[in-house]
Design a protein. Structure first.
Length: 146
C-alpha cells in the first residue's frame, strides 16, 4: 500500500512521462481567443459624436430602481438594459464620453409619459431617444383612451 508521499511521487513521475511520450509540453499554453470568434461580439459600434446624450424612457422594464439623485452615479441608471448598454458602450467606446440618462418610471402608461414629455424628453435635448413602454397600457386599460 502506498503512503501519501509515495502516491504523490509516483503521480508526478507518471504525469511527466505522459507529457514527454505524447509530445505535449508540461505547461501547454491555451489558445488566444479573439472577440471575432465569440458569438455576439462581431458587431459594428454605433457612431456618436463626443458627448452625445442618450435618453431612455419607459415603464418598469426601463426604470429598474434607478436612483432619482443624479449625483449618485452608482445607481442613477438602474439595473436594467439601460445599465447594460451604458456599461458596454463605456467599455467599447470610452472616448465618446456619452451622457446617458434613464427616465423610466415603473407603472407608467403611455399617457403618463405624455404628461412628463416636455420635462423628461424635450427639455433634455437628447441625441438619441429610446422608448420602451406599453405593457401597463395593455394589462390595465384595454379600452381606455390615452
Amino acid at each position: 500500500m502506498l503512503d501519501r508521499r509515495q502516491f504523490l511521487q509516483s503521480s508526478i513521475v507518471a504525469a511527466g512521462a505522459y507529457a514527454i511520450s505524447s509530445g505535449h509540453e508540461a505547461q501547454a499554453k491555451e489558445p488566444e481567443i479573439t472577440t471575432e470568434e465569440v458569438p455576439g461580439y462581431n458587431y459594428r459600434l454605433p457612431e456618436f459624436k463626443q458627448g452625445s446624450r442618450l435618453l431612455f424612457q419607459g415603464d418598469s422594464i426601463t426604470d429598474m430602481s434607478w436612483g432619482r439623485n443624479e449625483k449618485d452615479r452608482n445607481h442613477y441608471l438602474g439595473h436594467s438594459y439601460v445599465y447594460l448598454i451604458a456599461s458596454r458602450l463605456g467599455v467599447e467606446m470610452p472616448e465618446a464620453q456619452l451622457d446617458i440618462y434613464n427616465r423610466g418610471i415603473s407603472g407608467h402608461k403611455v399617457g403618463d409619459l405624455r404628461k412628463r414629455w416636455q420635462k423628461d424628453a424635450i427639455d433634455m435635448k437628447p441625441d438619441l431617444l429610446s422608448i420602451l413602454i406599453g405593457v401597463n397600457d395593455v394589462g390595465r386599460n384595454l379600452g381606455a383612451s390615452i
